[in-house]
Design a protein around this ligand. Structure first.
Ligand code: NAD
Length: 478
């Protein structure tokens, strides 16, 4: 398997693929080597204005395209994504670092989202209200208008796919700004949509200085909806920008997922699932299990067995055979690991495994297990977004729930128990947008995905995700 990353990349604006020319450049780096692999053009203000104008013109064209035709184009794009998954997966591994199998799987998973939304669009029913003869009242859902969407580098195809599939199914035009660090795989997904027959200007892709692009697009009255996946501070900043034009927002922000492991759980199953999920994408996942609260009766045994499994995680360049975990995606992540793990150690945590960067040019970090982590350690409050499991014991159900709800974040939460009563209480009481009990399935595509508290608002995926790109209208007719 070779790296076929193109040396230069393009923007897609108003139906045209646009080269670097005299635009500013962002250098794309392979995180496994630390070397520049491509040059990415940054959109200038004229490019952004052209994209806004094209999105404005394309919106009524796409909105008025019959839903079956819209759905057929989305399904065709999904088919192309599946055909091109190996090629797109190779680009993703080169720019983001994750193992090739996971990268190609992300592309096919994203294709499935387009299929799901193509079907959801056909079932976006309104309501007819009961009225006296001769009068009618209807509730209708209509596409909100042109969308500006901003997606991060941890899932370079899946996170933008969520926004694209829902917005396009709803009948909106959309300008996407994927992460500059991982552009090529997102560009290739846009190419699938263009090749599937989307009218010009319905989907566009721009890159640039993130703050400049977002402030310029959101300042435009053309944009009616802002969707962002990324960190809490940036989400808050974009929401402030969106108040000016009263744009609707969907904010998928950070998490710090608690895992409650009860004495009565099926421990073998819990260990296998948790050890696999913890190190997937090197822990750079907003729903990654991060705060492990393990009940005292099994705490020691669980920590020992988890560490054994973590030791088996094969770390290496994502194109290598049997690799479970690649490098971290950028130099900021190993730096953050050093800082959080150093702080935990200094405050009394035990490092059972790892806790150090792996020598070399890339951004590799060893799978890490910390036990007896004091609550005062920063890692118990700040999302690590890296390959580290932080564990501590608990005694009672009440204590476990109190700990789970301690932070201002509430994205995903996990629990392992064989007690139906405990499962019911945990499901009801945990302050999180998604709770998985005895499994790690948090993102099946047909269920709402999103957080509460500072983890954001609005849902992606399924019928709720489609509605996020629609406005509700009441029509009263006599
Ligand atoms: P960051 O806050 O600088 O950037 C996060 C994302 O937002 C990036 O994709 C970036 O390009 C984009 N961004 C930054 N400023 C922006 C702006 N003004 N307008 C529009 N987009 C902007 O952080 P980072 O160093 O890339 O990642 C660090 C933290 O971000 C992680 O620790 C994690 O908490 C969070 N994060 C969350 C997710 C998620 O899936 N929810 C994904 C990536 C990062």
């Amino acid at each position: 398997m070779s790296n076929t990353y193109p040396p230069t990349l393009q923007l897609h604006i108003d139906g045209e693929w646009i080269d670097l020319a005299d635009r500013d450049v962002h250098h794309v780096v392979n995180p496994a080597t630390g070397k520049t692999i491509s040059d990415l053009p940054k959109a200038n203000i004229a490019d952004l204005d052209r994209a806004l104008d094209a999105a404005d013109r394309a919106f009524p064209v796409w909105r008025d395209t019959p839903v079956n035709e819209r759905a057929a184009i989305l399904r065709k794009a999904a088919e192309l994504m599946r055909e091109r998954a190996p090629e797109i997966g190779r680009l993703m591994t080169a720019e983001q670092g994750k193992p090739f199998g996971q990268a190609a799987g992300e592309v096919t998973g994203s294709a499935n989202l387009f299929d799901t939304m193509a079907e959801e669009a056909k079932r976006c029913y309104g309501r007819v209200l009961v009225r006296p003869t001769g009068q009618q009242s209807f509730v209708k859902y209509q596409p909100v208008g042109p969308v500006a969407a901003f997606s991060p580098w941890n899932f370079p195809v899946f996170t933008p796919a969520r926004k694209l599939a829902a917005a396009l199914a709803a009948g909106c035009s959309i300008i996407l700004k994927p992460a500059e660090e991982t552009p090529a795989s997102a560009i290739e997904m846009i190419r699938c949509l263009v090749d599937a027959g989307l009218p010009s200007g319905v989907v566009q892709v721009v890159f640039g200085d993130p703050a400049e692009v977002s402030s310029h697009l959101i300042a435009s009255k053309i944009i009616r909806k802002v969707s962002f996946t990324g960190s809490v501070p940036v989400g808050k900043h974009l929401m402030k920008l969106a108040t000016e034009n009263m744009q609707r927002t969907t904010m998928e922000l950070g998490g710090h997922a608690p895992v409650l492991v009860f004495d009565d759980c099926d421990m073998g199953k819990a260990l296998d699932l948790l050890a696999m999920q913890k190190y997937r994408n090197a822990g750079q996942v907003c729903v990654s299990p991060t705060r492990f609260y393990v009940q005292s009766g099994i705490y020691e045994k669980f920590a020992e067995e988890f560490t054994k499994r973590a030791k088996k995680v094969q770390v290496g360049e994502g194109f290598g055979d049997n690799i479970d975990m690649g490098p971290l995606a950028n130099p900021r992540r190993p730096e953050a690991m050093e800082q959080l793990i150093g702080d935990a150690k200094a405050k009394g945590a035990t490092v059972r495994l790892g806790g150090e960067a792996i020598d070399g040019d890339g951004y590799f970090y060893s799978p890490t297990v910390l036990t007896d982590v004091p609550l005062q350690a920063d890692i118990m409050s700040s999302e690590p977004f890296g390959p580290v499991a932080a564990m501590r014991p608990f005694d009672t159900l009440d204590e476990a729930i109190e700990q789970a709800n301690r932070l201002p974040l509430g994205l995903a939460a996990y629990a392992f128990t064989e007690s139906l009563r405990t499962a019911n209480i945990v499901g009801d009481m945990i302050e999180a947008g998604m709770v998985a009990i005895n499994n790690m399935t948090i993102s099946p595509g047909d269920a709402p995905f999103g957080g509460v508290k500072e983890s954001g608002h609005g849902s992606e995926d399924g019928p709720d995700g489609l509605k996020a790109y629609m406005v509700t209208k009441a029509i009263h007719q006599s």
